[in-house]
Design a protein around this ligand. Structure first.
Ligand code: GAR
Length: 201
């Protein structure tokens, strides 16, 4: 059984979909802990499913690295097989990425490499795109630059607002995320091919 830690910042609707999927007896993965960088509304979903939570408030640390070190020690308590960033609106420091990659994945509400960053939906609308999408990637050292595990196109409709477009993207993100987690758990999706090459001496 693949054990999964999920990191969130907000409402956690994608987290909830993953919790529902993984609660079924035949799903080969279990969420073991949910963490956040703030008092996230999404903690309520974890509590409903009886999943432990932890919070490492970004604003209480002087540097991103100090915040990351505390996040890392919390994750180490649970030692999950996979860490899922599901709406975590913070860049992880390099040491945390290095500790987990490639067992560290992220969902993004755009068709990467188009519209990376914190405002993928807003940026697609601002660019006048007629289509955007949803992606699940392996996290690397950049901003939404890692290898793409799954993605799907979604049309931008006339009159779409950031909210309406995001609400159409999210169900696709959820399906892709659940499929990717299942694939990793069954071994159908082998993350080891994204292992960093061993340093040469
Ligand atoms: C999701 O669309 C996720 O892809 C996005 O935040 C939303 C979280 O929604 N993440 C990013 O934009 C990261 N760059 P949720 O809290 O309702 O699951």
């Amino acid at each position: 059984m693949l054990t999964v830690a999920v990191l969130i910042s907000g409402t956690g609707s994608n987290l909830r979909a993953l919790l529902e999927a993984t609660a079924s007896a035949d799903f080969p993965a279990r969420v073991v802990v949910v963490g956040a960088d703030r008092q996230a509304d999404g903690f309520a979903h974890a509590e409903q499913f009886g999943i432990p939570t932890f919070m490492v408030p970004f604003r209480e640390f002087e540097t991103r690295e100090q915040w990351g070190a505390e996040l890392q020690s919390q994750l180490e308590v649970w030692n999950p097989d996979l860490v899922v960033l599901s709406g975590l609106m913070r860049l992880l420091p390099a040491a945390v990425v290095a500790a987990w990659a490639p067992r560290l994945i992220n969902t993004h509400p755009a068709y990467l490499p188009e519209f990376p960053g914190a405002h993928g939906v807003r940026d697609a609308l601002a660019a006048g795109a007629t289509q955007t999408g949803a992606s699940v990637i392996v996290v690397d050292g950049g901003v939404d630059t890692g290898p793409i595990l799954a993605q799907e196109r979604i049309p931008v409709l006339p009159g779409d607002t950031e909210h309406t477009l995001h609400e159409r993207i999210k169900p696709v993100e959820r399906r892709l995320l659940i499929d990717v987690v299942r694939g990793i758990a069954t071994g159908e999706l082998d993350l080891s091919r994204f292992d960093a090459p061993a340093p040469t001496v």
